[in-house]
Design a binder for this molecule. Structure first.
Ligand code: PEP
Ligand code: MG
Length: 569
């Protein structure tokens, strides 16, 4: 915190550790409802039909938004829209809306009232759950706009270079912002884990949230400095203030590798889901790519990508990183990430169905072989030595043996065709409890592991990563998850396997001491958090980090682990 006075400086919570300067631009998301009608003017069956049609339209829009976010922003952000579908279908809200319509309300008013009640109840719970009120508002606004037949949120025409001032931003509003155009945003409501903050982080948009009423005093067109590191908004900043904030950015980009005081080298890499993101990862000082989600090649199109298309993309990523590791994950769709033209049924329980490596080589061998051909060819290009390939959702040794056998047969075919190829480093994503228990056997077959805590947590706790109601159980700080992570690290290090982590947990700077103390060799995350994580790792005392990890492993609850981490920071 600086010592600036409160007229000049507004405090909140920094959402993204970067700084932006621009002119204030106020955004009002209110929606004008039609006037209440007399009961005898309303025909309930017609209103009910309008409501159900609007609900279906919002369902379809959320599905589309989810796929778009998955491709452009990231997995966790995309899952927000899955959670929104649950709010849309929440029985309490749906029943309250239907009842109000049956008693003579217009659909718009019935929706607004039913959501308002749930928003008030959620807000009253306080803490992290209260931050989900943004999501409820988002769903309500979508439904109301559909009913009123109003165009989508008014953030499509934000003038360039402005700092958006709003009561709150919904996840869909945030995801629509162009990080190259907008200078930042400030919201009166929200916290670090609100979805708008998560999306801002992954897009690298300077943001301060939760400032309270102090925003009312800001005049339109006033110049604002959004200091996302210190959680401050400076009004009419002078040049010195701007320079100071920029110098203070934890996001000081470092291209060098970092290690602890005891010389434990930790590779800090980026998770990417597009070629654009590969470029931006390099700008944030990533030591390499730790998770290249290849799904984006397959989404929002009518047919699978060609071998050539994939080969060119891998080659480009390798040359951007110029000899630093580029770790590509083979296709991870199916089940929860349906791709219509692949014609794979989601099944009754998509998260336990045909997804990840299960889809290939068994169900769609040609897709898998094409991707492996592109990868083996890329491994033979100028920077191909830096290529690593991993398989998602492995749950048995047989599965891994089968995919490795396909790799061998693809290599033989390329050989016979006289096409240049090389064999990259192979690894397994540890995302299932089965893979944790089989880690010693898996480690004998590959060169590395990457722990996917997003999935691993949901399978260990039997709590869906998309289900808001069990969010508290989906906690990677659970000692159960931490002990699994430790078991995997020990199994890997007993051989020559290195171990990284690419779940969201790896990108939280507060977790870095614990994760390094547990013994991870690599952390892979949204590029924007790389500088901050590097600065935490650099200068970490090994003994202190290890003792934090030991205490966390011995803890009996997530709450205890969270307190240990809070005490540390
Ligand atoms: C994970 O499960 O932690 C992971 C990184 O994979 P995804 O989020 O793409 O399922
Ligand atoms: Mg996963």
């Amino acid at each position: 915190m600086t010592t600036a006075d409160s007229d000049h400086c507004i405090s909140g919570t920094g959402a993204t550790p970067v700084t932006g300067v621009g002119t204030a631009w106020r955004y009002d998301d209110s929606i004008a409802l039609p006037p209440e009608a007399d009961e005898d003017e309303v025909y309930p069956p017609a209103e009910l039909e309008r409501y159900e049609t609007a609900r279906q339209a919002v369902h379809d829009a959320l599905d589309a938004e989810r796929e778009r976010s998955r491709k452009q922003v990231g997995e966790e952000e995309a899952d927000i829209f899955g959670a929104h579908k649950q709010f849309l279908d929440d029985p309490t809200i749906v029943d309250a809306t239907r009842d109000a319509i049956k008693s003579g309300s217009l659909a718009e008013h019935a929706v607004a009232d039913a959501f308002e009640e749930s928003i008030e109840q959620l807000a009253a719970t306080g803490g992290r759950m209260a931050e989900r009120t943004d999501d409820l508002r988002d769903v309500r606004n979508r439904l109301l706009r559909e009913l009123i037949d109003e165009e989508d949120a008014g953030l499509g025409d934000v003038p360039p270079g402005v700092v958006i001032i709003a009561e709150r931003l919904t996840p869909s509003e945030t995801v629509a912002l162009d990080p190259d155009e907008v200078a930042g945003f400030v919201t009166a409501e929200g916290g670090r884990t609100s979805h708008a903050a998560i999306v801002a982080r992954s897009l690298g948009i300077p943001a301060v949230v939760g400032t309270g009423d102090s925003l009312d005093a800001i005049a339109d067109d006033e110049t604002l400095l959004v200091d996302g590191t210190n959680g401050e908004v400076v009004r009419s900043p002078d040049e010195q203030a701007i320079e100071n904030a920029q110098a203070n950015e934890t996001a000081e980009v470092r291209d060098d590798r970092v290690s602890t005081i005891g010389n434990h080298q930790v590779e800090v890499a980026a998770n990417v889901g597009s070629l654009q993101a590969v470029e931006s990862a390099a700008d944030f000082g990533a030591d390499g790519i730790g998770l290249f989600r290849t799904e984006f090649f397959f989404l929002e199109r009518d047919a699978p990508p060609t071998e050539e298309e994939q080969f060119e993309a891998f080659e480009r990523a390798l040359s951007t990183f110029n000899g630093q590791r580029v770790l590509v994950r083979t296709l991870d769709v199916g089940g929860d990430k349906p791709v219509p033209y692949l014609d794979v049924e989601a099944g009754t329980n998509p998260f336990l169905g045909l997804r990840g490596v299960r889809l290939a080589p068994g169900a769609r061998p040609e897709l898998f072989k094409t991707q492996i051909r592109a990868l083996l060819r890329a491994a033979a290009t100028e920077h191909g030595d830096a290529l690593a390939v991993m398989f998602p959702l492995v749950a048995s040794v047989e599965e891994l043996d089968e995919v490795l056998a396909v790799v061998e047969s693809v290599a033989e075919t390329l050989d016979a065709e006289g096409i240049d190829y090389a064999i990259p480093e192979f690894g397994v994503m540890i995302e299932t409890p089965a893979a944790v228990f089989l880690a010693p056997e898996l480690a004998d077959r590959v060169e590395f592991f990457s722990i996917g805590t997003n999935d691993l947590t949901q399978y260990i706790a039997a709590a869906s990563r998309e289900e808001e109601r069990v969010e508290s159980l989906h906690d990677p700080l659970s000692p159960a998850v931490l002990r699994a992570i430790k078991q995997v690290i020990e199994a890997a290090h007993a051989t020559d396997c290195w171990v990284g982590m690419c779940g969201e947990m790896a990108g939280d700077p507060k977790m870095a001491p614990l994760l390094v103390g547990l013994g991870l060799d690599e952390l892979s995350m949204s590029a924007v958090t790389i500088p901050e994580v590097k600065s935490v790792v650099d200068g970490l005392y090994d003994e202190a980090a290890e003792s934090l990890a030991d205490d966390a492993l011995a803890a009996s609850s997530s709450t205890e682990v969270a307190s240990l981490i809070d005490e540390w920071s």
